[in-house]
Design a protein around this ligand. Structure first.
Ligand SMILES: *[C@@H]1O[C@H](CO)[C@@H](O)[C@H](O)[C@H]1NC(C)=O
Ligand SMILES: *[C@@H]1O[C@H](CO)[C@@H](O)[C@H](O)[C@H]1NC(C)=O
Length: 308
């Protein structure tokens, strides 16, 4: 019995211990599972926070990407601006050097000694171009007899019809010639040139007041006007001209009854050295009372400055 009991006891112990071990094992396993579960939770929590962190990172990266794109755009814009600035600088440099060239050109144009570098008088825009003119404008050139004005367009080829445009004659006189003469006192010497003893103007000194003879100082076109009053009888006067080699000849004649006006006018082509006078043929020219009745006027209209 005792053995049985012992066996029984042994079995019981075994069963018990098995049970203890078994129940221990289950507890431990539960504990382990719990531990594992907690660990898993921790890991999951860590993963989750890591995920959040990564999500934030991704978002930050997204923001960074946008910023980078913006920066790249800005940089490209700046690059364009830098390029444009460089281009502008180049342009300004070119314009500055052009301006310098133009200024030195205009300085040399203003340089009298340079302008007189050629003894050849220009007769056309082509001559002016050869003399170094480059700026378009109105120029004086040497015509056949007179100075002429032309417009030169140096941007055109010399053969272009609009390279030179004729504007007109330039009223250039080597020096002015005009006079206005009057008389004080009656004049009655028949067939003599009327002298003048009251001179208002005698620019160029071509009229000799004492002899009443006008001597053309240069070739050209002149105008002469004379008027006067007769005294107490009929009077007659003539405008006469004499060439350097020829004799005196009548250009015009005028006469009138007592106390009336006689008048003479003429425009004439004269050569240098030709002469003009007013001849008193008969009667008496009235300038007795200081009224300035007699008036002799002459002037050079156009001068042949070349070719004579
Ligand atoms: C004008 O030109 C002459 C001849 O080339 C030169 O000697 C002179 O220095 C120049 N004068 C000026 C003011 O440029
Ligand atoms: C005639 O001209 C002279 C000179 O200019 C002048 O002194 C005089 O008063 C003039 N005669 C008259 C009547 O105006």
């Amino acid at each position: 019995m005792a053995r049985f009991s012992a066996i029984q006891y042994g079995v019981l112990v075994l069963i018990f211990s098995t049970y203890v071990v078994a129940s221990l094992t289950v507890d431990m396993q539960l504990e382990q599972l719990r531990n594992n579960y907690m660990k898993l939770e921790q890991v999951l929590a860590a993963k989750e926070s890591r995920l959040e962190f990564l999500e934030q990172k991704v978002q930050q990266h997204g923001n960074l990407e946008a910023q980078i794109t913006r920066l790249v755009n800005e940089m490209n814009q700046m690059k364009t601006q830098v390029k444009r600035t460089a281009e502008l600088e180049l342009k300004v440099q070119r314009q500055e050097s052009l301006l310098n060239a133009v200024q030195s050109e205009s300085r040399s144009h203003n340089n009298v000694s340079l302008r007189q570098g050629t003894a050849q008088m220009p007769k056309s825009c082509a001559d002016l171009k050869n003399n170094g003119h480059t700026s378009n404008g109105m120029f004086l050139i040497m015509g056949v007899k007179m100075v002429e004005t032309v417009f030169c367009d140096f941007s055109k080829p010399v053969t272009d019809p609009s390279f030179q445009k004729w504007i007109g004659f330039a009223d250039v006189k080597s020096s002015p010639v005009y006079f206005h003469a009057q008389r004080i006192g009656n004049y009655g010497a028949a067939n003599t040139a009327i002298p003048f003893n009251q001179i208002r103007l005698n620019v160029g000194g071509a009229l000799n007041p004492a002899t009443g003879v006008f001597l053309a100082p240069k070739s050209g076109r002149y105008i002469f006007l004379f008027s006067g009053l007769s005294w107490d009888s009929n009077a007659k006067v003539q405008l006469q001209m004499k060439s350097a080699t020829g004799d005196w000849s009548k250009i015009g004649e005028a006469h009138c009854t007592p106390y009336n006006t006689f008048a003479l006018q003429s425009s004439l082509e004269l050569k240098k050295g030709d002469e003009i006078r007013i001849i008193h043929i008969h009667g008496v020219i009235h300038d007795r009372d200081g009224n300035n009745f007699s008036n002799f006027v002459g002037l050079l209209l156009e001068e042949d400055v070349f070719g004579c």
